[in-house]
Design a protein around this ligand. Sequence first.
Ligand code: PLP
Length: 218
Amino acid sequence: MTIACNLSLIRSKIHAASRDGSADDVTLVAVSKNQPDSRVEQILAAGQRVFGENRVQEAEARWSGRRKKYPDLRLHLVGPLQTNKVKDAVALFDMIETVDREKLALALAQEMKKQNRNLPCLVQVNTGGEEQKSGIAPEALGGLLEFCDGCGLDIQGLMCIPPLDEDPVPHFAMLRELAQKYKLPHLSMGMSGDYEKAISEGATFVRVGTALFGEREV
Ligand SMILES: *Cc1c(COP(=O)(O)O)cnc(C)c1O
């Protein structure tokens, strides 16, 4: 199947899975990390404009030159961010989905003031309590949100990556409940294998890579 085909198929599945059937409340984030440029060009030609990348430098190489041609491009950082990359990340991205600690929140807030770019952000929650995974523990979320508020960081919602070997639905439900508790409107959850389930649980952003582009290059 061509990438344009994949895109329309996924769009119609998103449509079908969304609560009111309009899908206006669900944004498809095309995760283009480790995908060849030719595939990215195909999906741009098919009209996709919202993209997710997990590494600042790779994203810069791919996207900084394409900004002029596609002024409506929206780039989401979906991978972990180190504080020494904050400057470049703030300059390039339109949303940071992976705020997960005070040090990073503070660095982002300061850099955004410097660059006069007030990017919306999401807090990544480690819903599975996995040691190797980034994200704040659910019980520490309230404290981090308060800290972000104090820094003036615009937190619009939560993001999670459920453990690979578990049913994702309880994780999606937990993220939704946390977002409700803290009155946050956005939920980034669901990937190629489970985005429809995530939408049923209230996702407003789904992050889809391989189902759109095919397997990644390593
Ligand atoms: C790679 C990645 C995705 C996309 O995964 P697929 O299974 O290829 O859809 C989504 N979210 C994050 C954070 C990722 O790193």
